[in-house]
Design a protein around this ligand. Structure first.
Ligand code: ZN
Length: 146
């Protein structure tokens, strides 16, 4: 039974919405603790552009805006990021990727991110560009739809 009905001021923060033993939101066959959590916690850096993309999707799913901003190129990074609290990210589909490996300095990842919002299922399709900055992959921007 809740002891207090007091609601926190401002939008809810859900950085720990996914326990370490739960399946990772990014869809890899691994637990969150073994997959994207080390990236979110800063104890590891995503080795490829695709993995950074997956970890950013997971960050949307767990509400980690700090990670999203940290992995955004300074030239395109917004000053702040407000996530829609009612949006539930349900599945990530990687549709294609170019470059983005340990031997590249740039890469693209095309994906479809599925979500539900107020009970309505929808998805967002994007072809994202990633670049390596000081050795670490960061999100640059989205390519225009072909
Ligand atoms: Zn993951």
């Amino acid at each position: 039974m809740p002891k207090s009905k007091k609601k926190p001021a401002g939008p809810p923060r859900r950085p720990a919405a996914v326990p370490p033993a739960a399946p990772c939101p990014c869809g890899r066959a691994a637990t969150y603790g073994d997959c994207c959590a080390p990236f979110h916690q800063g104890s590891a850096a995503a080795p490829t552009a695709e993995w950074l993309m997956r970890s950013r999707y997971s960050a949307f799913a767990v509400g980690d805006t700090g990670y999203l901003l940290r992995t955004w190129h300074p030239s395109t990074r917004p000053a702040a990021l407000d996530l829609e609290p009612a949006q539930r990210w349900t599945r990530l589909e990687i549709l294609g990727a170019t470059g983005g490996s340990a031997f590249h300095t740039e890469g693209t990842v095309e994906f479809r991110a599925h979500y539900t919002l107020h009970g309505h299922a929808d998805s967002q399709h994007e072809h994202s560009r990633f670049v390596r900055q000081d050795g670490a992959w960061v999100y640059l921007d989205a390519l225009p739809d072909a």
